[in-house]
Design a protein around this ligand. Structure first.
Ligand code: CP
Ligand code: NVA
Length: 315
């Protein structure tokens, strides 16, 4: 097997794309492409033989759970699904004690939770790499899969224009960080009061100075998609916001990704969505099932991108 793993990644956490350099992001994507090719040809690549990943889920998941579990298996390792019901953390054991204990058994932890600070605390106390599988603030593994997808469709990332239509949420934040690192312009269009957090935008803009990416926020979705290579959307109410869903629908009604909005972008625009989607709300059936949609490629590429991340940090 010719796959080479850069030792500079060994033992590091993967909590935010902001923590990685432009060259490192490119290296993860390159490895993901190599691993994808090996998997397509059914060539074994047991880079993590005998290693174990614990997967803590405080929120539901289809893609993240399945792609991490399948991914660690394809790398020759083993994945343990740990729900709050299975862990003493659900009964009040501290994050610190959980981190110290799990570090004695496992080679890596993937965690999906609400409060981003919990992931930072877990990583602080764990002696093994911690991978962020989504928090209320960020969803970095999603965006690594999305960058891989955009790269496959467009051949390059630098200079692309991505229009994110909707809530300035976790996915939007990671997309801003990702765009900044790879030199992809990201414009966010959403209703007033639902913009991405100013601190995230400021950090991403600082990163973007090195790559030339432009990052900005507008109110009008049609203005945002003009000349766009990518239209990206996500649910209007994220996990944990169920009570606000009805109220948010009123604010977001004009931000639906439908055929009219798609027609206002470039002819070869690709439509992205992290999934799960609320069909008929943030995007229509015609768009999701239409010729521009790459949403299931994104879902697949979670697997390949995360295998690269695991192989590098858990090597
Ligand atoms: N996109 C994503 O993270 O999907 P799941 O919630 O199904 O894991
Ligand atoms: N913003 C969504 C993403 C789901 C993958 C949420 O947090 O629910």
């Amino acid at each position: 097997m010719t796959v080479k793993l850069n030792p500079a990644f060994k033992g590091r956490d993967f909590i935010s794309i902001h923590d990685y350099s432009t060259a490192e992001v490119a290296e993860v994507l390159d490895l993901a492409l190599q691993l994808k090719a090996l998997q397509k040809d059914r060539i074994p690549h047991p880079l993590l033989a005998g290693k174990t990943l614990g997967m803590i889920f405080q929120k539901p998941s289809t893609r993240t759970r399945v792609s991490f579990e399948v991914g660690i298996y394809q790398l020759g390792g083993y994945g343990l699904f740990l729900s709050p019901n299975d862990l003493q953390m659900g009964r009040g054991e501290t994050i610190k004690d959980t981190a110290l204990t799990l570090s004695r058994y496992l080679d890596g932890i993937m965690i999906r939770t609400f409060d981003h600070d919990e992931v930072l605390e877990l990583a602080h106390h764990a002696s093994i790499p911690v991978i962020n599988g989504l928090t209320d603030l960020l969803h970095p593994c999603q965006v690594m899969g999305d960058l891989l997808t955009a790269l496959e469709y467009k051949g390059t990332l630098k200079g692309l224009k991505c229009a994110f239509i909707g809530d300035g949420n976790n996915v939007c934040h990671s997309l801003l960080f990702g765009g900044a690192k790879v030199g992809m312009d990201v414009v966010v269009a959403g209703p007033p009061g639902f913009e991405p957090q100013p601190e995230i935008l400021a950090l991403a803009r600082a990163d973007a100075e090195a790559t030339g990416a432009r990052l900005w926020v507008v109110e009008d979705p049609f203005e945002a998609v003009e000349g766009a290579d990518i239209i990206y959307t996500d649910v209007w109410a994220s996990m944990g916001q169920e009570k606000e869903a009805a109220e948010k629908e009123k604010h977001f009604a004009r931000y639906q990704v439908n055929n009219r909005l798609v027609a206002a972008a470039k002819d070869d625009v690709i439509i992205m969505h992290c999934l799960p989607a609320k069909r008929g709300r943030e995007l229509t059936d015609e768009v999701m099932d239409g010729p521009h949609s790459v949403v299931f490629d994104e879902a697949e590429n979670r697997l390949h991108a995360q295998k690269a991340i695991m192989a590098l940090v858990m090597q």
